[in-house]
Ligand binder design. Structure first.
Ligand code: GAP
Length: 452
């Protein structure tokens, strides 16, 4: 993982947030290659979840919402992690995670007192990760919602507004609009990619647990009690998608939650085998029943019932959710693609074996020599032409071997070299990232070749 984090920084994928001010824990910025990879992941996800599904539609809802939304959703009252503070060095940690480290499982639904008692009973075995002390203050529940002051021009507003704790709430708020304006019928799905913010007590493991992140969500509305088959299908589809996108099957698994989160009736994770910390959550798949629509109907007073146009039956649909952090997908795709190989002449090469669909740059174009204007001009022409169709990079710096290595490290599938033969017959060499084999291709066939 250290190698991957270092590559991310060194090659412009991910930078620590506010780095020149010393950095802020749990915040990251995506650099030039990072934003390309991120956008490609979003596009691939959208294609699979909206474009290729006849009964799914997309949405992009506002981040700020009426504060009552977060009361209704249960986040103001129940979206909290148990916080333990070391009395000696004042380090703050999640009590449930520290208990987990010594093999004790805390239940999601435990009260503050119950958790405190469990933590107290095990106190002597729980060492502060910062100073090693076992002297802990009493456990407190710490709410994860991030507050803001939108529209509070007087500074006297008693009711805070919140940044989204989860992106999906916008889908529940617009579920009626979508039914009324689109030709959707239950069962149907709504997909959205949106930002989420959480005051995580201890952000950790790079992009794995951040304070600001993006979630790609689908909410599938089904007839009450007709959830079982659809739930199985959704879990399998999501797992298969990662494999189709190039993740090794053996690094993925489905795991059912023993303690379900407050809004769910049944919860599963797709887990990925992250280097250094092993299998952990990648995506959450939740059977939310009619919890959310019931809550919003009660708190808003709006009738959110669905009427079956054929039978006249009225009901509140149940919801099956898939929700994955873009950062976690980004990390999983990077980890799975990362490899260090030995070349024929005994050198090491680092290669990101990303699928061509996800690779930030699809083609790199090189003139064989920098000091031959006829090669450079022809290479620039090829570069401009290909850029109309693909994200490309022009590079004339250093020897060809070094240029190949630079592209291997960022996962570029095609390196195209303009050499002296090009000037005679309008062909170029295309080097394949994974095999390192080269093929001569006519310039007029390049777009089709790369597309394939
Ligand atoms: N709407 C359901 C929901 O938010 P969740 O399990 O809390 O459920 C869903 O989050 C997904 O969002 C997780 O599986 C993970 O991929 C991502 N996620 C959650 N918290 C995160 C954090 N602090 N940093 C990065 N990603 C996070």
């Amino acid at each position: 993982m250290e190698e991957i984090i270092s590559l991310c920084k060194r090659r412009g994928f991910v930078y620590p947030g506010s780095e020149i001010y010393g950095g802020v824990a749990g915040l990251y910025d995506f650099g030039p290659y990072g934003v390309e990879l991120l956008n490609n992941i979003k596009q691939a996800w959208w294609r699979a979840n909206v474009q290729l599904k006849e009964n799914y539609v997309g949405l992009d809802s506002a981040m700020f919402k009426d504060p009552k939304v977060w009361v209704a959703s249960g986040h103001v009252g129940g979206f909290a992690d148990p916080l333990a503070e070391c009395k000696k060095c004042h380090a703050r940690v999640r009590a449930d995670k520290e208990l987990e480290k010594i093999g004790v499982q805390a239940d999601e639904k435990m009260t503050e007192q119950e958790l405190s008692a469990l933590f107290d009973a095990n106190k002597d075995k729980i060492k502060c990760p910062t100073c090693g002390s076992t002297n802990w203050a009493e456990i407190k529940k710490f709410n994860l919602l991030v507050q803001s002051n939108l529209g509070d021009f007087t500074g006297k507003n008693e009711e805070p507004v919140y940044l989204p704790g989860e992106a999906c709430q916008g889908i529940y708020l617009n579920y009626k609009n979508i039914i009324d304006t689109m030709r959707v019928k239950v069962p149907f799905g709504v997909a959205q990619i949106g930002k989420a913010f959480r005051n995580e007590i201890s952000p950790r493991n790079f992009l794995f647990r951040c304070r600001e992140f993006e979630q790609a969500d689908t909410q599938y509305f089904v007839k009450p009690r007709e959830n079982k088959d659809a739930y199985e299908k959704i879990k399998q589809e999501r797992l298969d998608w990662y494999v189709n996108m190039g993740i090794d099957k053996k690094n993925l698994r489905l795991r059912q939650h023993e303690n379900v989160v407050f809004y769910a009736n049944d919860a599963w994770d797709i887990e990925y085998n992250y280097p250094s910390y092993g299998f952990d959550e990648l995506e959450g798949i939740h059977d939310r029943t009619d919890y959310d629509l019931t809550q919003h109907m009660q708190h808003s007073g709006a009738d959110l019932n669905y009427t079956d146009s054929q039978t006249g039956e009225k009901y509140l649909p149940w919801i099956l959710e898939t929700s994955v952090g873009l950062g976690r997908m980004f990390l999983a795709f990077l980890c799975d693609a990362y490899s260090v190989e030995e070349t024929k002449n005994g050198e090491k090469r680092t290669v990101l074996k990303l699928s061509s669909e996800l690779a930030p740059i699809k083609c790199a174009v090189f003139p064989l020599l920098k000091n031959k204007p006829e090669l450079v001009d022809r290479a620039r022409e090829v570069y401009s032409g290909l850029s109309q169709s693909f994200m490309c990079e022009f590079d004339d710096n250093g020897n060809i071997g070094k240029r190949y290595r630079r592209q291997d490290e960022i996962g570029t599938p095609n390196c195209i070299v303009i050499d002296f033969q090009t000037l005679e017959d309008d062909t170029v060499t295309v080097r394949n990232r994974d095999t390192t084999e080269q093929e001569r291709v006519k310039i007029s066939d390049l777009v089709q070749y790369v597309q394939k």
